[in-house]
Design a protein around this ligand. Structure first.
Ligand code: FE
Length: 220
């Protein structure tokens, strides 16, 4: 298998106080790594053993008999995107080209914040909240459970985990407080801008979050 064990591009305590060390430890080791281990076990000896994570997701999504593998692979990919969507000292209004696109699509940053929070609050149950690039414009979309924008042809600029395990230790049931902390203190607009710049108008191109290249310290 060519897929590296997941890591984060920062230390577990680097996002405090907006996101606690405990939350990140449990999230990486008890959730994403468990998905990775189960995916690895299912891939061993299979025809997809040498495939990339993105290929595995695209192939298994089309085949209902492979949906257990699809869910684990998609959760590994989604969490890779989530780690890159945050950074120490992040948060605040969007900068650069993404900031301009937000003004073009939503009128102003405050309208975007309202729409992003509304989408998070209206999403029922577990899933993900995404800012994606679709057909030349930004869109806010949610996916349920392990659903991923990768199979919709969208390019994810930001991903936010809406499963309770992402925020329960820090905010209990208050999803809104978690989304506010993400926007005010964590969101990594540099990553969103880099992804948009790399897209270079090539919509629908296979997207690979470059977690492994950007990881400076992988935690065991
Ligand atoms: Fe999660």
């Amino acid at each position: 298998m060519n897929i590296e064990s997941p890591g984060m591009p920062y230390n577990f305590s680097d996002l405090e106080p907006a996101m606690s060390r405990d939350t990140l430890v449990f999230h990486l080791l008890r959730h994403q790594r468990v998905c990775f281990d189960r995916m690895s076990a299912m891939l061993r000896g299979s025809e997809l053993e040498a495939a990339s994570l993105e290929e595995i997701i695209r192939v298994t999504e089309r085949n209902p008999s492979q949906h257990a593998l699809y869910r684990y692979a998609a959760e590994v990919w989604n969490h890779n995107m989530f780690w890159l969507s945050m950074r120490p000292g992040g948060g605040g209004a969007a900068s650069g080209a993404v900031g301009e696109q937000i003004r073009a699509r939503f009128g102003c940053y405050e309208n975007f914040v309202r729409a992003f929070k509304d989408a998070a609050n209206m999403h029922f149950g577990s899933g993900w909240l995404w800012l994606v690039w679709r057909a030349g414009s930004l869109e806010i979309v949610t996916t349920s459970n392990a659903g991923t924008p990768l199979v919709r042809g969208d390019t994810a600029l930001l991903g936010l985990d809406l499963w309770e395990h992402a925020y329960y230790l820090d905010h209990q049931n208050r999803r809104g407080a978690y989304v506010s902390a993400f926007l005010e203190d964590l969101v990594n607009w540099e990553h969103a801008n880099r992804t948009l710049a790399e897209l270079g108008g090539a919509e629908g191109r296979a997207q690979r979050p470059r977690v492994t290249r950007e990881v400076e310290r992988v935690h065991a």
